[in-house]
Ligand binder design. Structure first.
Ligand code: ATP
Ligand code: MG
Length: 225
């Protein structure tokens, strides 16, 4: 994916200017920056949830995503999967049904659903809890359902807005292990975070947002605001 000269704004006052980022397949990238430094808004722009003022955003086939028809956009949105903080789980359904539901609304058939659900649940170490209801799960088990739902469509890229914000340090490490494993299997991972410990330990690429620009983009970076 390549972002060229992206500018986003909600009002005339505060504007994220001239962003240029190239993400290669298999990259593992942290987005860091103080609160209000445009991390979430940039992620929204990448999936057309927020329309930039000026932009060039190219997908892996070098097509500008803002030229997409609705059908192409739906397809594109399955290749990059975004997990926002408020991922919604259905309390009246169990683990397995929550994942199946995410497939039903995307028109997968019963056979595909019965094949895929156990596969993605085992990828996030949740197969043994498949019949548990949501309110009997810990926060981080619930969070893994969000990853399972992302994996349904076999996306090229998973973008996660603050995956560890409500987790204790141990579970934060565990969720990172899952993401690292997926990254080894060639999924591109982008994580917006305030978690300095994780960023400093993993030493991955770090893109820092500061003063309404990309302040730095460092290959083996650390949490340095
Ligand atoms: N829907 C909206 N309408 C108007 N302004 C908004 C909207 N959402 C965000 N903003 C503003 O855009 C700027 C960037 O916000 P954004 O949420 O992208 O920051 P962030 O880096 O994700 O912050 P945090 O680390 O707290 O999640 C902020 O000035 C914010 O107040
Ligand atoms: Mg945010």
């Amino acid at each position: 994916m390549k972002i060229e000269n992206l500018t986003i704004a909600y009002t005339n006052k505060n504007i994220l200017k001239n962003i240029n980022i190239e993400i290669k397949p298999g990259d593992f990238v942290f987005l860091i920056g103080n609160s209000g430094s445009w991390k979430t808004s940039l992620i929204k722009a990448l999936i057309w949830d927020l329309k930039p003022k000026w932009w060039k955003i190219f997908d892996s086939l070098w097509r500008d995503i803002y030229d997409f028809s609705l059908k192409e956009l739906t397809k594109y949105r399955r290749t990059i999967w975004v997990i926002f903080q408020d991922y919604k789980l259905l309390k009246s359904k169990n683990v397995k049904e929550n994942v199946a539901f995410a497939m039903e609304v995307c028109w997968y058939n019963d056979k595909q659903i019965s094949q895929k659900v156990p596969e993605v649940l085992s990828q996030v170490w949740l197969l043994n809890k498949k019949n548990n209801f949501i309110d009997t799960l810990s926060g981080w088990e619930a969070q893994r359902i969000a990853i399972a739902r992302a994996l349904i469509h076999n996306p090229e890229m998973i973008i996660w807005d603050e995956p560890t914000w409500n987790l204790d340090p141990h579970n934060a490490e565990e969720i990172m292990s899952i993401l690292l494993e997926l990254n080894k299997a060639w999924k591109t991972i982008i994580i917006a975070t305030h978690d300095d410990k994780i960023v400093n330990r993993l030493k991955k690429r770090v893109i820092t947002f500061k003063e309404w620009i990309i302040f730095s983009d460092i290959e083996w970076g650390s949490y340095n605001l």
